[in-house]
Ligand binder design. Structure first.
Ligand code: URP
Ligand code: ZN
Ligand code: ZN
Ligand code: ZN
Length: 471
């Protein structure tokens, strides 16, 4: 057997096992695992390193329209570059529909933004903002058929929030087509009511962002989304869960036998509401929805990861520059938290944070880390076993980790389009030093060696987890 590359001397970890072996790569795929694989055009010395499946970040926002005068800080080039430096080999951003738009045209427009602009592989989820008969009857089923096998709906945000009636209609299409539903669960009317009341009382600073959408707002919507999904009998992913009460809604649903899954993100392990209480709008750096909560919620989210209630750990990367009138400090944003663009960067720091805080501190195993950051994303969104594992036949999407490297996270180390990291100053142990997509290095020993456009668009199969309980 001949190989293009052999990775030699490293410790391989998958979602189930950890073992010492060589990885033989040919034609962009893993073609052998074993000892003494022989010769190859290139031998990569991985002595002392972990050889992990490349991270798959299944929740990122790239180049989405974000309101008048606001521009997202990352395009596909900068986002996928930043992701690669963070040990990722694939990201799943959203093609976001706005009211009145044809979903097919939206998808075409996102392909145009991404084509030739990616360093790592990419696939799109859809965001359904217009649940019209034409969209749900024709466009959506055709798109699922074409490999866009997951879509997100919002229960809040102006112009995006769907009514319960619309949610039920979208869920029906998900059930009929076998697509995976994703839901952003927050009660829109409650947020609007609380926001109005805070503004009337002159409470407009960024710290009130959290007050405007407390845990009850998320718990109620999570419960409602689950109830609606139960009526339709459709599997569903509750994205970006921030606290124990919403987590417990998912756990209860699972005990009733429902296929309800959960995702959490670094901000809910590492940040609290207090971070939004900065001087001179500094708090805007941490404004995202749901908002970071408190210590108790952080512990609850760790437990959710440990107990498998959350099967996905994603970044919800949604980058805006801080010191920029088109970003967090937009003129209108300075008048009230209501107008501060929601979302924080995190695609580059997701893996080191979970590795260090999770594996390094004994909260999760290395294999759980791989499951939460790669394998489960591939399984949930129809990419497995092509992506998300180290196995013969899988794409050679691999990250080489130095498990001992100590790094203090700092914006100066980042490779994306934002001008800050919410995790500035956090010390981590363990760092991805090289990233390889389909057998080709994108980042090697901390240097960008990949070519723009080498990242491919990957159409997806239907998820094995999206099958309804009853036929
Ligand atoms: O604040 C956030 N999370 N912004 C990104 C959009 C979303 O809701 O996921
Ligand atoms: Zn394309
Ligand atoms: Zn969301
Ligand atoms: Zn998001």
């Amino acid at each position: 057997m001949t190989f293009d590359t052999i990775i030699r001397g490293g410790t391989v970890a998958t979602a189930s096992d950890t073992f010492s072996c060589e990885v033989g790569i040919a034609g962009g795929r893993i073609t052998a695992l074993g000892a003494n694989l022989g010769t190859a055009a290139e031998i990569v010395d991985a002595t002392g390193l972990l050889v992990l499946p490349g991270g798959i970040d299944s929740h990122v926002h790239i180049s989405q329209p974000s309101g008048p005068g606001i521009v997202m800080a990352d395009d596909f080039a900068s986002a996928t570059r930043s992701a690669a430096f963070g040990g990722n080999t694939m990201v799943l951003p959203f093609a976001m529909q706005q009211k009145g738009e044809s979903l097919r045209e939206v998808v075409k427009a996102y392909h145009k933004k991404a084509d030739g602009q990616c360093y790592i592989d990419v696939s799109f989820h859809l965001i359904i903002a217009d649940a019209s008969d034409a969209v749900l009857g024709q466009e959506l089923p055709a798109l699922v058929h074409d490999g866009y096998t997951s879509f997100k709906v919002f229960m809040t945000y102006e112009g995006l929030a769907l009514s319960d009636m619309e949610m039920l209609k979208v869920m029906t299409v998900a059930r009929e087509t076998g697509a995976m539903m994703m839901v952003h669960a927050e009660n829109y009317d409650a947020i609007r009511f609380l926001t109005d009341r805070l503004e009337q009382a002159g409470k407009t600073e960024t710290k009130y962002h959290g007050t405007s959408r407390p845990i009850a707002v998320e718990r109620e919507a999570t419960h409602r989304a689950i109830s609606l999904a139960e009526l339709i009998d459709v599997p569903m992913m509750i994205v970006h869960v921030s606290n124990g009460q919403a987590r417990d809604e998912i756990a209860r649903a699972r005990r009733r036998g429902l296929k309800i899954y959960g995702e959490t993100c670094p901000q809910y392990l590492m940040l609290t509401e207090k971070d939004m209480d900065g001087l001179n709008m500094e708090g805007a750096k941490y404004v995202c929805s749901p908002p970071p909560r408190d210590k108790e919620s952080q512990i609850a989210c760790w437990e959710g990861l440990q107990q498998g209630i959350f099967s996905l750990f994603s970044s919800d990367h949604c980058p805006f520059r801080y010191d920029d009138p088109q970003g967090k400090l937009a003129p209108k944003g300075k008048t009230s938290f209501r107008w501060v663009p929601n979302g924080i960067p995190g695609v580059e720091t997701r893996l080191p944070i979970l590795f260090s805080e999770g594996v390094g501190k004994g909260r999760i195993s290395l294999n759980e880390f791989v499951a939460l950051t790669a394998t489960n994303h591939a399984r949930t969104y129809g990419l497995y076993p092509k992506k998300g594992t180290i196995a013969v036949g899988a794409d050679a999407d691999i990250a080489l980790w130095d498990p001992k490297r100590e790094v203090t996270i700092s914006q100066s180390l980042m490779h994306g389009g934002t001008d800050y990291t919410p995790y500035e100053g956090i010390k981590v142990t363990g760092w991805p030093i090289s990233t390889m997509v389909r057998g080709k290095f994108v980042v090697r020993d901390g240097e960008l060696v990949g070519t723009l456009g080498a990242g491919a668009y990957v159409p997806r199969e239907k998820s094995e987890l999206a099958k309804p309980r009853t036929a």
